[in-house]
Design a protein around this ligand. Sequence first.
Ligand code: CMC
Length: 376
Amino acid sequence: GDTIEIKKGLAGVTADRTAVSKVNVETNSLLYRGYPVQELASTQPFESVVYLLWHGDLPSKVQLKDFMRRERVQRALDPAVVAVIDGLSEAAHPMDVVRTAVSVLGADDADAWNNEPEAVSAKALALFAKLPTVVAHIQRRHRGLEPIAPRNDLGYSANFLWMTFGEEPDEVARKAFDVSMTLYAEHSFNASTFTARVVTSTLSDYYSAVVAAIGALKGPLHGGANEAVMRTFDEIGAPANVVPWLEDALEHKRKIMGFGHRVYKRGDSRVPTMKAALDTLVDHYGRADIAEMYAALESEFVSRKGIYPNLDFPSGPAYHLLDFDTDVFTPIFVASRVAGWTAHIQEQLADNSLIRPLSAYDGVAERHIDGYVADK
Ligand code: CMC
């Protein structure tokens, strides 16, 4: 009988509880530990947001200072990690390089399998501190440039941009980047976070969960969309081309990257904040063409399909204006989302149950080996 109800893609399935974040579809809002994300993005440095996600409350001044100090002193990469990165093909996708770098960090950590909360926190802070160094290294290697060492006197985002471009960012660039990091940090049971929880649920180790999550984030239906959005902008080329491009894309049943969401059906709560940050960059760099393409593609697609932009739609062109290469956009997402993955890994460990759903078999009916004859 076919009475089993299949929830394809686990759509609409509530798989567990979480205290980390709440997505409210009705009000198009996203709360991190109770705080609306747009309030956090406009008032708090990314480091405070990460502290909040990991500890449940915003830090006191003393707590933040200590957190920042511990982050700053762990930014440098071990030569063994650098050697592995530099040994990979220059053609390797930056997401594959980041995934490999995290795997190397795990293999080099003698205490990798220690899942005590304090041990996981220590690993997470070290990884959080090092990921920008990895991403900046990859970006510079792509451009044939020597890596730049991290600077202890700069905050997370300023140092990230410093190591990437070799210049201290101005406040507009730093703030827009910092806002994007806060917005990307956490989003309940998205595919990569759920992947991290599945791996953790087997009582595997922290690094394995993060490596698996990076693999899930890479896909264009998830984090890879920020990269895909920029490729769309490049393909369109100029605002006047939006309508013919879109008509052709729709005729060929192409997905328009940076639009649609499994949970939000009337707009992504993070978009207005990121769009405002993108607008500051558009003004700053005098790139009205980007804003026009954005507006034209949004209004044309929304009016034709009623499908709204997601966070990747404004963040893709924002990273482009900051001068990142398109294929490092998703690694930047990794550097941020590791904050959310970590909070969920800790939550999973604190109240673990192996994640192991069922499947409804619809293959060939039972048969027996004595009827099998191998070809000669
Ligand atoms: N372009 C064209 N059609 C779309 C799009 C899109 N971006 N998104 C949804 N649709 C259509 C889809 O083809 C389907 O049409 P029909 O019913 O005629 O077959 C209908 O809308 C429902 O879509 P769905 O794919 O069943 O919805 P879903 O909840 O499974 O998919 C999604 C959500 C994010 C996978 C999808 O919207 C998509 O592929 N978007 C483009 C990729 C993207 O931007 N991903 C980023 C997601 S959010 C942030 C992040 O994770 O980084």
